[in-house]
Design a protein around this ligand. Structure first.
Ligand code: TXA
Ligand code: MG
Length: 311
């Protein structure tokens, strides 16, 4: 199959509406989209990614009308979060409507919904005119794609098109908050921080049952975000071995052959996945990543580093 590269949201939407799988940019990472109401279409996403069928997809919408088609009810706390953070890098898990095929939610009674803020994503979703089911645009288990080129590397010849946009502004996936339960529960940390969520919904908690046999967010049980190289999280710079690569905020005492000194937490988050992919392309065996304080986006960054470091 030939994978078409286009900058036109209209052309990308036409390809999607004809049954093609289309990678598209958002402010967090690139997504791999299909019509959320079409079961056979969504099936193609799972095949292209090699994604386990018990891992549900997020439905992306351009309007509140589309959102209402997907969910059965919106609890008051979810309304407040929507008011505060939509459109943006927040996914809410809500009771799903009867129109949503099982394949999207992996049979769960809830659905994750998100309204991206990136203008090109909004234009694409509007042209599609239906909610778009989309996981991150990476082969299952690999770091998410934060550029059209990364999506191309993973899916050239496997999907119908890529909507070319800029590199992702945030670089880490959206914050996922379960609002189908009594207290809003963060299933995956992201760019909308716990502090920001609590300003709107003070009762918000972090999921604690991470080690339970049935994780609340099915995706969290799989190895994720990981490069081929071994990831080492470091906070002590005194006894470093200088093999491989380094990414972090602090300049190490000696330079690594390949390193990226980031200008702040936001820059670190934005650069991480591309750095992972670049290190793999260079055949490096080890990536040293500086640990960061777990506040603001630092919580999401440490979550991704820990997952990448777990083999
Ligand atoms: O930023 C993002 O969220 C990107 C862009 C493309 O929107 N998408 C993304 O999708 O990261 P994905 O499929 O890679 O991750 C979705 C996460 C998974 O951990 C999945 O298990 C969880 O959200 N999830 C989706 N629907 C859920 C549901 N109904 N209940 C619990 N967790 C859900
Ligand atoms: Mg993903």
């Amino acid at each position: 199959m030939e994978t078409k590269l286009t900058k036109s949201p209209r052309i990308a939407a036409q390809i999607l509406l004809n049954g093609g799988v289309v990678a598209f940019p958002t402010e967090t990472v690139y997504g791999l989209g299909a019509n959320a109401f079409d079961e056979t279409h969504v099936q193609k996403i799972f095949l292209a990614k090699g994604r386990p069928p018990d891992n549900p997809l997020i439905a992306h919408v351009a309007s509140f009308h589309e959102l209402e088609l997907l969910v059965r009810k919106i609890p008051p706390v979810a309304e407040r979060l929507i008011e505060a953070f939509f459109p943006g890098p927040l996914t809410l898990v809500l009771p799903r409507s009867k129109y949503v095929p099982d394949i999207v939610t992996a049979g769960l009674d809830t659905i994750g919904v998100r309204m991206p803020s990136l203008k090109l994503a909004q234009a694409f979703l509007k042209e599609c005119g239906v909610p778009i089911a989309a996981p991150s645009a990476n082969l299952s288990g690999k770091p998410s794609a934060t550029s059209w080129k990364a999506a191309w590397d993973d899916f050239n010849g496997k999907i119908e098109a890529i909507l070319k946009g800029d590199d992702s502004e945030l670089g880490l996936e959206s914050t996922v908050v379960d609002c189908s339960v009594k207290r809003p529960t963060v299933l995956r940390s992201g760019a909308i921080s716990l502090e920001e969520l609590r300003r709107i919904a003070p009762e918000t908690r972090l999921e604690i049952s991470r080690r339970a046999s049935i994780p609340k967010s099915p995706g969290m049980k799989y190895r994720h975000y990981a490069p081929e190289a071994e990831v080492k999280i470091i906070d002590d710079f005194s006894n470093l071995d200088y093999g491989g690569a380094y990414i972090g905020l602090r300049e190490p005492p000696q330079a690594f052959a390949h390193q990226r000194i980031c200008k702040g937490l936001g820059d670190y988050a934005r650069a991480l996945y591309a750095f992972f992919r670049e290190c793999d392309a260079r055949g490096l065996k080890t990536i040293h990543c500086q640990s960061v304080p777990e506040c603001g986006i630092g919580l999401a960054l440490m979550d991704r580093l820990r997952k990448a470091a777990k083999k």
